[in-house]
Design a protein around this ligand. Structure first.
Ligand code: ZN
Length: 91
């Protein structure tokens, strides 16, 4: 008899303890949320697979953080790229 798939952290049952399960739940909540798409600015950017995000509206695919489209490191590197581009335009 096929088992009914439990949703969320319940599928782990009592295993792994309270803290890891809580962390997994927080990550999964972040993952399920929709984020603002940088292309069409609609809130339709969704988690597709590990580090890959896809926009439902314009079909844009982007590589981002594993569980959020933009990590702090990602944002820092974006700023660096932007700064480098601006420098070129001034030249
Ligand atoms: Zn989009």
């Amino acid at each position: 008899m096929p088992k009914k798939k439990k949703s969320g952290v319940k599928r782990y049952g009592p295993r792994y303890g309270r803290k890891p399960r809580k962390e997994v739940q927080e990550i999964e909540e972040k993952k399920k949320k929709s984020y603002r798409c940088p292309m069409c600015t609609k809130k339709s950017l969704k988690w597709k697979s590990f580090g890959v995000w896809e926009c439902d509206s314009c079909g844009l695919q982007l590589a981002g953080g594993a569980w959020t489209p933009l990590t702090e490191t990602g944002e820092a590197s974006l700023r660096a790229v932007r700064r480098a581009k601006m420098g070129k335009e001034i030249e």
